[in-house]
Design a protein around this ligand. Structure first.
Ligand SMILES: Cc1cc2nc3c(=O)[nH]c(=O)nc-3n(C[C@H](O)[C@H](O)[C@H](O)COP(=O)(O)O)c2cc1C
Length: 343
């Protein structure tokens, strides 16, 4: 079905196509017959897919990566598409428009996207109102960040505000310091600022009635020395897990013409070209720390890619760009492949 729709969607700008497909899905899912049909087509259950990771029980290990449902608008709808978990955000305390359009580009030859959305979101309060109304019991992660206008020295208070607001409404948290599209944000991945930010958040978390898992999402562009620092912090602070990885700023090895890439400009590259790079980080981290829970994301475009991430040591996986190129059927195909090959 997606194969019929895709050529039309790809005639539209990527951002418009995203808006239209999600809107269409939401309308269709309001009709009981279609809801049943979609559920039957995409949802897939098997006891061997169930996972317990960082204390949470997932019905399957395939999640929707952050950035697709920034404002917590799609949880109930996307729970019908077979995802084991959905990560909302990145959310910031105040609403912000993000960067000017166009800010999302397709690199068809590379099965990739470049985005410089810049944390466009409606702000934490709006998201909380929506979360209060959600019906589905699918696991929801809250991916949190800082507003563009907040200087890095005050970043902790932005993350803290998001943490408090979302605490009663999400199952786990993701600290995002790895987006390339908020100026200076990635500097928070450096050892001292990162340690301070995470320590403050984890202390606050430990003061709650029932602390929630707190994960860190990292870039695939980190040097080994930076990864070592992150590994040290992960162990020292007993972080609940790592999400590996965000988009890359690297443009090496692309099929798309160089002048097109230059014309597109800055942004994070996702999809097939980030697969190897994020796998390198995954391998490095898993070798150094056999126990830390890892959510692997980056370039999963097929069942084979998903299996490779799991074989490299991922506990859970997420997809974004694969959904744009392959459609929602990818989730079920991955889950079926996991049953065939891993059990
Ligand atoms: C348009 C777009 C927006 C994104 N926004 C976010 C975001 O707000 N927060 C975040 O942590 N990651 C964001 N990401 C990164 C994805 O969650 C994911 O880490 C990355 O795209 C690699 O996975 P993929 O190759 O399956 O797309 C975004 C990705 C895309 C393509």
């Amino acid at each position: 079905m997606y194969n019929i729709l895709k050529p039309f969607l790809f005639l539209l700008s990527p951002e418009r196509a995203h808006y239209l497909t999600t809107k269409l899905l939401r309308i269709v899912l309001k009709l009981p017959f279609f809801k049943g049909l979609i559920n039957l087509t995409f949802d897939y259950h098997h006891p061997n897919l169930e996972r317990e990771v960082f204390g949470l029980k997932f019905k399957n290990p395939v999640g929707l990566a952050a950035g697709f449902d920034k404002n917590a608008e799609l949880i109930d709808d996307f729970s019908n598409l077979g995802f084991g978990f959905i990560e909302i955000g990145t959310l910031t305390p105040k609403a912000q428009p993000g960067n000017d359009q166009p800010r999302l580009f397709r690199l068809k030859k590379d099965r990739a996207l470049i985005n410089r959305m810049g944390f466009n979101n409606q702000g934490i309060a709006q998201a909380v109102e929506r979360l209060k109304l959600r019906k589905s019991d699918v696991i929801v992660g809250g991916n949190i960040g800082k507003n563009k206008t907040t200087p890095n020295k005050d970043a902790t208070s932005d993350y803290m505000e998001c943490f408090h607001a979302l605490y009663n409404h999400v199952d786990y948290f993701v600290v995002n310091v790895s987006s390339p599209n908020t100026p200076g944000l990635r500097e928070l991945q450096e050892k001292e600022p990162l340690k301070k930010l995470l320590r403050d958040l984890l202390e606050e978390n430990s003061r709650t009635e029932k602390p929630k898992p707190v994960l860190l999402k990292i870039a695939p562009d980190l040097e080994e020395s930076q990864l070592d620092d992150i590994l040290e912090i992960t162990s020292e602070l007993k972080l609940d897990g790592l999400i590996i990885s965000n988009t890359t700023i690297d443009r090496g090895g692309l099929q798309t013409k160089q002048n097109t890439i230059i014309k597109i400009g800055n942004g994070g590259l996702s999809g097939a070209p980030v697969f190897k790079k994020s796998n390198e980080v995954l391998k490095y981290v898993r070798k150094a720390n056999p126990n830390v829970p890892i959510v692997a994301v980056g370039g999963i475009m097929s069942e084979k890619d998903a299996l490779e991430k799991i074989r490299l040591g991922a506990d859970l996986i997420q997809i974004y760009t694969g959904l744009i190129y392959k459609g929602p059927g990818l989730v079920k195909r991955i889950n079926k492949a996991l049953i065939r090959h891993l059990n």
